[in-house]
Design a protein around this ligand. Structure first.
Ligand SMILES: *Cc1c(COP(=O)(O)O)cnc(C)c1O
Ligand code: SF4
Length: 340
């Protein structure tokens, strides 16, 4: 008799789910009942930055709608191939902030570890879409150097696990990184920057929760959702679990043309986040990475949108509208008071 194994040996359900993510344009379009001509797709764009989107995220898209706000975030389109002045491979000066392989510091007191180049989803607007991950990630061979740099600098109080996406790592690796950081006395907070809870909620499994619960330091978890439709019942359940192991649960979004560039989309997102136990943190103005110019919302329009949000929502549901300027001492706020 054959035993029925739902998942290949040694793989967790989330890894199986991730392995089944759409990676071919044809498959994605067929699943949504779309034709290539109806949505301006580009094989060239997909070759430059691969398509990747988990099936569960696609299930939240509207069937047959080429303008679906979730689809626009992941669909490789012709507009990405435009070569434009001011749009480059390293728009925010990441490579000038490298302190050790995989360790970036721009701001006082906190530094960021590129834990992996992998993500569960490939977002077309990603400012690190051209980042040289192989030379700048804390792979097992170079983690020790990053840790030594952190241990030798007691002005650092917070380490951000970023990437890529730290939750694309397996639990054993994550546990190892967290343990090593908790061994450093002056590190008093650890932060996770992750889109995984939104695009692959299956990842938030019991073992991960155990790893995070035993992180040894208060955890600040910052998720990344751009539109209320991204948050379904499965995501809400995963967020509730994350909240139980986090000292704070926050969201950052990117302001994106065709995705969330209306006051109603943004206010609905804030309300939905709150009902899922998450507070809005940042709303980022687009970083000028090559291939993403069609997502840009001009500053003046961004200010008007924020003014509209702040006129409708309590202050704690209004994210800070910021842009990243290479060399600045913090994310730079775009003032929107007084905007009409
Ligand atoms: C954005 C960023 C941070 C986080 O900034 P906060 O204002 O603390 O959220 C930290 N380090 C680097 C390198 C960053 O790009
Ligand atoms: S999940 Fe984050 S790091 Fe990964 S592609 Fe999307 S925006 Fe970039």
């Amino acid at each position: 008799m054959h035993a029925i194994t739902r998942h290949p040996k040694g793989r967790s359900p989330w890894q199986t789910e991730l392995g089944q993510a759409y990676a071919r344009l044809d498959d994605l379009l067929a699943a949504l009942g779309l034709t290539p001509g109806s949505c301006g797709v580009s094989a060239e764009a997909a070759a430059a930055f691969a398509l990747r989107v988990p099936r569960g995220f696609v299930a939240r898209m509207r069937h047959g709608d080429p303008l679906d706000p979730l689809l626009r975030q992941v669909l490789p389109v012709e507009a990405e191939n435009a070569v434009l002045a001011g749009y480059g491979a390293d728009p925010v000066g990441d490579l000038d902030s490298v302190r050790a392989p995989g360790l970036l510091q721009k701001y006082a007191g906190r530094a960021l570890l590129i834990t992996t180049g992998a993500c569960a989803v490939h977002c077309r607007y990603c400012f690190r879409r051209a980042f040289p991950y192989p030379e700048h990630s804390v792979t097992p061979g170079v983690l020790a150097e990053a840790l030594a740099t952190i241990a030798a600098d007691d002005s650092l109080h917070e380490i951000i696990l970023s990437g890529g996406d730290p939750l694309a790592l397996g639990n054993a690796r994550l546990r190892e990184i967290l343990r090593s950081l908790a061994d450093i006395p002056h590190i008093s907070r650890i932060r996770l920057h992750t889109r995984v809870p939104v695009v692959l909620p299956e990842r938030i499994d019991a073992e991960l929760l155990d790893v995070l619960h035993n992180a040894g330091r208060p955890l600040v978890t910052v998720i990344h959702a751009n539109h209320a439709n991204e948050i379904d019942a499965g995501v809400i359940a995963a967020l509730q679990e994350l909240r139980s192991v986090s000292a704070a649960l926050l969201n950052q979004s990117v302001l994106l043309r065709g995705v969330n560039d209306s006051a109603s989309a943004l206010t609905t997102l804030s309300r939905k986040l709150f009902s899922a136990g998450v507070l809005p943190y940042y709303l980022h103005q687009l970083d000028h990475v090559a291939g993403a110019a069609h997502f840009l919302v001009p500053d003046q329009e961004a200010r008007v949108l924020l003014a509209a949000m702040s006129a409708q929502l309590p202050g704690y549901l209004v994210p800070r509208l910021v842009r990243e300027i290479a060399g600045a001492a913090a994310k730079t706020p775009l003032e929107y008071f007084g905007t009409t």
